[in-house]
Design a binder for this molecule. Sequence first.
Ligand SMILES: *[C@@H]1O[C@H](CO)[C@@H](O)[C@H](O)[C@H]1NC(C)=O
Ligand SMILES: *[C@@H]1O[C@H](CO)[C@@H](O)[C@H](O)[C@H]1NC(C)=O
Ligand SMILES: *[C@@H]1O[C@H](CO)[C@@H](O)[C@H](O)[C@H]1NC(C)=O
Ligand SMILES: *[C@@H]1O[C@H](CO)[C@@H](O)[C@H](O)[C@H]1NC(C)=O
Length: 417
Amino acid sequence: MGKYKVPILLLCVFFNLHHNARTYSPLEREIEAKLKLLNKPAVKSIRSQDGDIIDCVNIYEQPAFDHPALKNHSIQRVPNFLLESQISRTGDGFNVSSDVYQTWQKSGSCPEETVPIRRIRKEDLLRAVSLARFGQKPPEVFVNSINPTNLNFSNLNANDGVVDLKNRSDALLVAYAFQFIGAQANINVWNPKVEKPEDFTTAQIWLKAANGPDNFESIEAGWTVNPKLYGDHNTRFFVYWTKDTYKSTGCFDLTCKGFVQTNKDIALGATLGPVSVPSHQQYEINVGIFRDNSGNWWLKVKNNIPVGYWPKELVSNLQSSASLVQWGGQVFSYEVKKTPHTGTQMGSGEEAYNKFGVACYMGGVRIKDNSQALKYPSFVSTHAIEPYCYSAFNDAPYGKDPVFYFGGAGRRPPHCP
Ligand SMILES: *[C@@H]1O[C@H](CO)[C@@H](O)[C@H](O)[C@H]1NC(C)=O
Ligand SMILES: *[C@@H]1O[C@H](CO)[C@@H](O)[C@H](O)[C@H]1NC(C)=O
Ligand SMILES: *[C@@H]1O[C@H](CO)[C@@H](O)[C@H](O)[C@H]1NC(C)=O
Ligand SMILES: *[C@@H]1O[C@H](CO)[C@@H](O)[C@H](O)[C@H]1NC(C)=O
């Protein structure tokens, strides 16, 4: 037996050298290096039914700690403030369930001291516009950039909701005129159609602050259908951050260094289910983003479950407060604001005025300001940049908790040709 050991080992070495020499182009080497940087060593890996692989990574080895600004950051394991538990389901709980889970959770769980991270594969990188922009939203560029009369980044206000963006279409509820230190909503879960491979659609919350004269910072969470990023048409739970209007910083989920995850049961970018059924059972997920006393912004779901946080080191003005909160949907497509319009849907794919059971909604909309109370915002406005394609309607009957409806089908002639 012993005499075979050496030849086999040599054969392996020879094969590897040969293999490397033959197949590794510069691009492939770059891809391998990027994968190695993004995918941290797993203590355990879970193969999910939806095709994802979830790696349970030691909490101290997650991507965030590669960030130069987080060199001296000591991880915060729990938020240093009391979590609120006030908000319940939307619509008096009538045919509404908050029993939303993540598909991978059916196939296993991560051990203590680890966090679940969706593994990034070579094919995911190959779908990206470029390796450098993998995991990033395209930059926001304003249609009226020569004379942005309705835009002042030093003083973000309601007008930011009506700003016309290139290749993006929004339907939003906007809260302004305050310094916000938190926001939340129950987001109705759907699986809208995404028509073009580079399109994506979101239902989400944004908290924004100015960062210099021509940039804003934003931290975001919600659900998205984004085939370019995730490789399928599933509805996925996501987070995002940027400190320069999506130009170069930030990304979705843990596809770059930044967000610090603390929860071992919830994976960012993972498939959500079940989704709502028209005129029948509605599913919603409570999502909240709250600043703690040290300036970190915590993400929590299902009222009281902390997922992790955006460390204060990532942002500048957002460290103290957000000056704008937006709830609603956004479609990114090269075929918005033109004819023929993209058929990518927003929300449930139905228009806002169809209301409960048909249109997508945000219920239990709340903000927190320096009074520390969780409350419905004093000033809100609604904005839809292409109302015949994607509409916005805030249903606020006297004495009832308002529900914000939004969405649409995209192309639907004659209204949205
Ligand atoms: C980390 O701490 C060292 C020593 O106190 C300091 O020199 C360095 O600037 C710090 N780095 C960051 C990114 O804060
Ligand atoms: C933008 O807002 C800041 C602060 O409120 C103000 O000083 C500045 O003059 C404004 N700029 C424009 C172009 O309105
Ligand atoms: C509530 O759900 C049940 C079962 O899915 C359905 O039969 C009923 O029509 C729904 N009611 C409303 C008002 O949506
Ligand atoms: C918007 O889409 C067009 C193609 O229709 C593209 O040329 C342009 O670069 C895009 N702009 C931005 C800011 O993404």
